[in-house]
Design a protein around this ligand. Sequence first.
Ligand code: ZN
Length: 193
Amino acid sequence: MLKIINCPHPTLRHVSKPIQRVDKKLKLMVEEMFELMYESNGIGLAANQVDLPFQLVVINPTGERKSKEERVLINPIVQLPKGNSEAEEGCLSIPGVYGKVVRPAEVHVMAYDLSGNKMDEVVGGTLARVIQHEFDHLQGVLFPDRMTEAARRSIEGELAAFTLEFEAMRKQDDGLLEANIKKRLAALEAEYC
Ligand code: ZN
């Protein structure tokens, strides 16, 4: 049973590891990720947003269940950025918070799907933005990190509220929260990476 974790959960800053093997359990995790993404009206979700340490993202720019636009990107590489575009972004791990982010308008993406098929494509528009946002997650980068300092200041209060919520959760856990997270991630990496 996966669930979406909120900022500033430490797994959101974890640098994800490449996946070496795909099995039935991993496929089920991917199904669950799509389900969580649709339930939250999202168009992309990275593995560390559900407390998993893998280089894995699910994407569907239409946000509509079962559409042909569903993509699973395993071990993605994003390169050759071209142009610039600014748009408002949000994140399922920082629900309700939005901000303008400038990103390259076009990128070259290489990745694998669950069947081992290779994606090797130049993408633009919303798909390029979603892929870059999710690729950032895998490096432990969140969209406010990409905002200008002035723009980030306008959402500081909202981010602080998430920190307070997390600190309250940490207190209930007798200081074991971080250690338990590390142990879980290490076990999953040993199994798949
Ligand atoms: Zn996000």
